[in-house]
Design a protein around this ligand. Structure first.
Ligand SMILES: [Zn+2]
Length: 521
């Protein structure tokens, strides 16, 4: 329908003025008719839905419908930004023109993000069926674009994203279904068997979500126009890595993504994706995944996927076998770096996945550190208590943290002053000032601080800080490393649900030959 030739009116040989006017009338009419038919023909309708979660199955609290609807009911308002997986997709569709994007009712982000444990089957059924039913009611569709994180873990559903796409397929039939994923996705061939194409971001911190949305849109449009036939190959190299080692600014994570980009540069219309996977999920498709999309070339897709998978396997020891300093050593190193003039020094408390761990706070106090800030410590109970008996400026003695999970350490007694007690981004937060100009920022849920912009609104002057403790693995590099702000960075392996040493986690459902859990070499 898109190659239809335009119809031009024949030239009339009679040349009186009357005839000329008549001629003009017919030409204009025909052009208008042709234009309106053309518009109708070119109107492509693509449905867009979102269902994203990174589930930490070792974390204590299941993710329920209440968590999913904490910030509002499911909504069709998906096109509010030009950035991200959906914003990038939208931008390209607008550039092409003649494309109608149909927002499908989708759940928002779940409370607590990836500190949430197993999603209940009830919640998964509710939202995947809501999406499928809304697609059934959406009228004629030419394609479906799904923005999924890819690391959902659902009680009773081993591969939730593949199951969601199956339900979507049942609803829409044989039209292209394309999926965009985070690089922490845990997937395997079950997803690529049922989806037409899968695209995964390549950078951690995740700078390229908009870009991957744009890639997906181009392939979607070309596929609908019959100019592209997505053909996929999927491989599981059998390697699992902790998030803290996956930053793509360092080798070998950087080299793996560079190799994927090289393959893409050498082959027109090829999309090479690698998910490093999310290790803190006890699921059968855990670990790295390679997914290659070509234009109707299975042999090329297989060849690239094999090469990428072999490469990741060859790099497994460098990638998964590193060791990090424990709490005492890490804190000692940070204090020494301050003495060497490297302020501000960042400690990444990477293993704390619930946000309330006090190991590093306790150790900083013990070693006499000053000018430090714990950004952040998750403790809703402490915030409620402060609200009930104090206001900003008051002195207070209160126990904080140490209960968000079984590795979270002991509550730490703070004798100090309430420096801030107010809303920050819809939630009430508190800042306590204590000891030698030290601070702890209390948040009601896990809050991963990735840039220093949080400090000023809370009344904290960045220049006052020698040590900043972040509950983050790699995302903090966005605002503290790649900006050149931190004088030194220490990733510290305190006890926690997200350890760098994965061999200590009580996995039950993962493949029995995965490196470094079962295969040691
Ligand atoms: Zn991620």
């Amino acid at each position: 329908m898109y190659n239809k030739k335009k119809v031009y009116p024949a030239i009339n040989p009679i040349s009186s003025q009357k005839h000329t006017l008549k001629k003009v009338f017919w030409i204009v009419s025909l052009l208008l008719l042709g234009f309106s038919c053309g518009l109708k023909e070119k109107n492509i309708r693509i449905a867009v839905a979102r269902f994203s979660h990174e589930t930490c199955t070792f974390c204590p609290k299941p993710t329920t419908i209440e968590d999913w609807e904490y910030s509002g009911p499911p909504s069709r308002e998906l096109f509010t930004s030009n950035r991200g997986y959906i914003g990038g997709f939208k931008t390209i569709c607008e550039e092409y023109g003649g494309i109608e994007l149909v927002g499908i009712i989708s759940p928002r982000g779940a409370r607590g993000g990836s500190s949430g444990s197993w999603i209940t089957e009830e919640a998964f059924d509710k939202y995947s069926n809501l999406i499928a039913d809304d697609l059934r009611k959406a009228g004629h569709l030419d394609g479906v674009y799904l923005s999924l994180h890819g690391a959902m873990a659902v009680t009773g559903v081993p591969r939730p994203e593949a199951e969601l796409v199956r339900r979507v397929r049942n609803a829409v039939g044989d039209i292209p279904i394309m999926v965009a994923l985070d690089l922490h996705a845990n997937e395997d061939h079950e997803l690529s068997d049922v989806a037409d194409a899968v695209f995964i971001i390549k950078r951690y911190p995740h700078y390229d979500t908009t870009l991957i949305g744009e890639h997906a849109a181009r392939v979607m449009i070309k596929t609908i126009r019959g100019q592209y036939k997505p053909t996929m190959a999927t491989r599981k190299p059998g390697v699992i890595t902790p998030s803290v080692f996956q930053g793509t600014g360092v080798s070998p994570a950087m080299d793996i993504m560079e190799r994927a980009r090289r393959w893409k540069c050498r082959n027109n219309d090829v999309y090479v994706s690698v998910a490093f996977g999310f290790a803190y999920a006890d699921v059968p498709d855990v670990g790295a995944t390679v997914m290659v999309v070509t234009n109707n070339n299975q042999e090329l897709a297989d060849r690239i996927a094999d090469d990428m998978s072999d490469y990741i396997w060859r790099k497994r020891k460098e990638f998964a076998g590193k060791r990090l300093p424990k709490t005492r050593k890490g804190v000692t190193l940070a204090i020494a770096a301050v003495k060497a003039g490297k302020s501000p020094v960042v400690i990444a408390d990477h293993s704390d996945r619930t946000g309330g761990s006090t190991h590093i706070l306790e150790e900083l106090i013990k070693q006499g550190a000053k000018n430090f800030c714990i950004a952040t410590l998750c403790d809703k109970k402490a915030i409620d208590e402060i609200e009930s008996r104090a206001k900003a400026g008051d002195s207070i003695t209160i126990d904080v943290g140490g209960y968000s999970d079984k590795y979270a350490g002991n509550p730490v007694r703070i004798e100090g002053k309430v420096e801030y007690l107010d809303k920050y981004e819809r939630e009430t937060m508190a800042v306590l000032l204590f000891g030698k100009n030290n601070r702890v920022i209390l948040t009601p849920h896990l809050m991963q601080v990735t840039t220093p912009r949080i400090f000023r609104p809370l009344g904290i002057n960045l220049d006052d800080l020698d040590i900043i403790v972040l509950k983050s693995r790699v995302h903090f590099r966005r605002g503290f490393h790649e900006t050149g702000l931190a004088g030194a960075i220490f990733e510290v392996d305190a006890p926690g649900l997200g350890p760098a040493d994965l061999t200590i986690l009580p996995y039950k459902n993962i493949p029995k030959d995965i490196y470094p859990i079962y295969k040691k070499d």
